[in-house]
Design a protein around this ligand. Structure first.
Ligand SMILES: Nc1nc2c(ncn2[C@@H]2O[C@H](COP(=O)(O)OP(=O)(O)OP(=O)(O)O)[C@@H](O)[C@H]2O)c(=O)[nH]1
Ligand SMILES: [K+]
Ligand SMILES: [Mg+2]
Length: 316
């Protein structure tokens, strides 16, 4: 049986299992099993080089932003409008088949924007170009999830699930769980506050699933089993994501208003060139970029050529 089939089988078992105190340990173990299989799925197949089909784009500028979304939501239209680099746009799905970079000039900085093929449900398991698209997203500093404002908001949940399945965590911070594997000494479990989701036995079982028998675990918040698994796996990527609702020209003002009020969301229209300034400002803010103007002694600072730093990471 392949890895994907095994994941499906365990998911089916989880769906059949009633959630209660008695099944909690078993469900926790199943979650860990799935997480292990997903990590296996992420390892590139033996003998293959990663990518190699038009997806490797050299990093450029002070930051990198990836456009992720279902087909035909307007990703390429947006890239062309924000960067001036032409990326083919059309009314049929999967117009874009590779990664197309453009540059946004904003606040004296250069931000690399990446247009990507549309992804669909099952992308994390390799449907379409999902795997490559997700790899590029992981290499960027923030993600713009482009959504069609006139379509169901279910798309946002589906995409979030796909990205979570490959270890991306959007708009979350790492769980406050201290975890240290040891060579000897057995298992120690502590918490700084009362826990409602995880107890010592459950934690022990999860570690057992990972064949970890010596470890120190300290919960500093009331975290869940999923949080614990994330910490044990250790390969999660925590990223900022802006939900960009495009095509607001085709929906009513009340609906626009509702979308605009959601957290981390910006509404735009490529057709009407609406709200791009808001989108750029939000992007800039989420990337944590700051400009530093150096001032030679006894001279005026050069306001045309700042040093750009990020409060979120060290710029390469
Ligand atoms: N009404 C409306 N249509 C738009 C808007 N932006 C883009 N479109 C249209 O949506 C269709 C798809 O646009 P694309 O830019 O090709 O979409 P995409 O997300 O790059 O699509 P794929 O590359 O196939 O995944 C085109 O017909 C665009 O003209 C908008 O703001 N409003
Ligand atoms: K399209
Ligand atoms: Mg496109």
């Amino acid at each position: 049986m392949g890895i994907i089939e095994r994941i499906k089988e365990i998911e089916a078992e989880m769906a059949r299992t009633q959630k209660n105190k008695a099944t909690e340990y078993h469900l926790g173990q199943l979650k860990a099993k799935i997480a292990k299989l997903r990590t296996q799925l992420l390892e590139p197949p033996k003998g293959s080089s990663a990518g190699g089909d038009g997806f490797e784009v050299t990093k450029f500028g002070h930051g990198r932003v990836a456009l992720i979304g279902f087909p035909s939501v307007g990703k390429s239209t947006l890239l062309t409008m924000l960067t001036g680099t032409h990326s083919e746009a059309a009314s049929y799905e999967f117009t874009t088949l590779t990664c197309i970079p453009g540059i946004i000039h904003y606040n004296d900085t250069k931000i690399q924007l990446l247009d990507l093929p549309g992804i669909i449900e099952g992308a994390s398991e390799g449907k379409g170009r999902g795997r490559q698209v997700i790899a590029v997203s992981k290499s960027s500093d923030i993600v713009l999830m482009i959504l069609d404002a006139s379509k169901s908001d279910g798309h946002r949940q589906i995409l979030t699930k796909e990205l979570e399945a490959v270890g991306l965590r959007l708009n979350k911070r790492p769980p406050r769980i201290y975890f240290k594997k040891k060579k000897v000494g057995g298992f120690s479990f502590n918490s700084t506050l009362p826990l409602t989701h995880v107890d010592e036995k459950l934690c022990y079982q999860i570690l057992h699933e990972y064949k970890i028998h010596n470890a120190e675990v300290l919960f500093r918040e009331d975290a869940t089993v999923d949080d614990l698994i994330d910490v044990i796996e250790g390969n999660r990527k925590y990223m900022k994501c802006i939900y960009v609702y495009n095509k607001i020209d085709v929906i009513g003002i009340d609906d626009v208003d509702k979308l605009a009020r959601q957290p981390n969301s910006v509404v735009i229209s490529c057709n009407l060139k609406l709200n791009f300034d808001r989108l750029l400002a939000k992007m800039w803010e989420e990337m944590g970029l700051v400009r530093v103007y150096t001032k030679p002694q006894g001279q005026q600072p050069d306001f045309t050529d700042p040093v750009v730093l990020s409060t979120r990471r060290v710029l390469g």
